[in-house]
Design a protein around this ligand. Structure first.
Ligand SMILES: Cc1ncc(COP(=O)(O)O)c(C=O)c1O
Length: 360
């Protein structure tokens, strides 16, 4: 029989999502669990979003606005970019895939860090694109080493800033120097899924660095600080030439109608965004300190999660935390670490108490 898939797809393993609350209830009878596994916004969406999608629900028999006109206009104004410099996606995840489909082939090459967002590697395999992973250094992107990993055929370099699963970030100076040195042919993809959460003074807004490297794609999402993960909407900001090619390949209607109205409502409730950011900043500090007080090593984070090094295999701790009704996330490349999302004050109290109990 002819082979069904390429060698590359043969190597691919399905994405492992955070364990859903329903599954824990089914498997272990834990019905009051807290989910700190998928870097979601624990405050949920703005009430304005709920009102907007409720109102729009009766129109779901219509296809969405293929041009994403209203959201595009509003977002372009907010970001100070032209409307034709934005491409929307079914989550920024779809855009990562679309970037590979559009700009890479099996004779190209991609570079990204290890560990970083798993989709960079999954999509490379799905598209049979050879790739080089560059180990983090002290849990941070090693941008000089990533520059050295760029080869003649490299078409894509991915930088998650802040990085998932570490929460670490590259500074404005580091990114500036990287973009200035990156060969002009190479597309730099700066994935800012957690942009709205970052508070460090030297954390860069990559949209301000667009003059440094022409082939630059900035990815952002409504899934995290805006609390719309379930609706799947993210966007890329890139020069019109790149957007034009992405639009040729993109599936029609990939930004669904409820997501479009929800994203507009979310942008129009900046007070809610501020509350989400403030809660995260305060609780992040509390969780970092609380875990450190238990003798754990916590990587300083600019996102809405932390990477915790347990100094022992993480799987039994993960499992014991499940029994306490706290869902965290294993990080396969780091067998002694857990990734833990920042929850509400009450959820984090549960986490810290459960961790203390489990470690004893
Ligand atoms: C670094 C990074 N990029 C992209 C995504 C994808 O987000 P979404 O597809 O929900 O926009 C995530 C989600 O966890 C992420 O951590």
């Amino acid at each position: 029989m002819r082979r069904l898939v390429t060698d590359s797809i043969q190597k691919l393993r399905p994405y492992v999502a955070g364990k859903p609350l329903e599954e824990l209830a089914r498997e272990r009878g834990v019905t009051d669990a807290v989910k700190l596994a998928s870097n979601e916004n624990p405050l949920g969406p703005s009430p304005r979003v709920v009102a907007a999608i409720t109102q729009a629900a009766g129109d779901v028999h219509r296809y969405p606005d293929a041009e994403v006109f209203a959201l595009r206009k509003q977002l372009a104004e907010r970001l100070g970019v032209a409307p034709n410099e934005i491409v929307f996606g079914n989550g920024s995840n779809e855009l990562l895939d679309l970037i590979y489909t559009t700009f890479a082939t099996p004779s190209a090459h991609a570079v990204f860090a290890d560990p970083s967002f798993v989709v960079y590697g999954m999509s490379a395999l799905a598209h049979a694109v050879p790739h080089t992973t560059v180990p983090l250094r002290d849990h941070r992107h090693d941008l000089p080493a990533m520059l050295q990993a760029v080869q003649e055929h490299t078409s894509l370099v991915f930088i998650a800033n802040p990085n998932n699963p570490t929460g670490s970030y590259v500074t404005r100076d580091e990114l500036t120097s990287f973009l200035e040195r990156l060969p002009p042919d190479v597309i730099a993809v700066v994935d800012e899924a957690y942009f709205e959460y970052a508070t460090a003074e030297d954390y860069p807004d990559t949209l301000q660095l667009r003059g440094l490297h022409e082939r630059l794609i900035v990815l952002r999402t409504f899934s995290k600080a805006y609390g719309l993960a379930g609706l799947r909407i993210g966007y890329a900001v890139a020069p019109p030439e790149l957007c034009d090619f992405l639009n040729r390949v993109r599936a029609p209607f990939n930004a669904n109608s409820l997501a479009q109205v929800a994203a507009i409502a979310a942008l129009n409730d900046q007070d809610h965004l501020s509350r989400c950011r403030e809660l995260n900043a305060a609780q992040l500090q509390r969780v970092e300190r609380g875990l450190a007080a238990l003798g754990l090593s916590v990587v300083p984070s600019q996102a809405n999660f932390v990477l915790v090094e347990l100094g022992r295999p993480a799987a039994p701790v993960f499992d014991a935390l499940l029994n306490e009704g706290v869902i965290t996330r294993l990080v396969p490349p780091l067998p002694d670490a857990l990734r833990i999302s920042i929850g509400t004050a009450e959820e984090n109290t549960r986490l810290l108490a459960a961790m203390e109990k489990v470690l004893q």
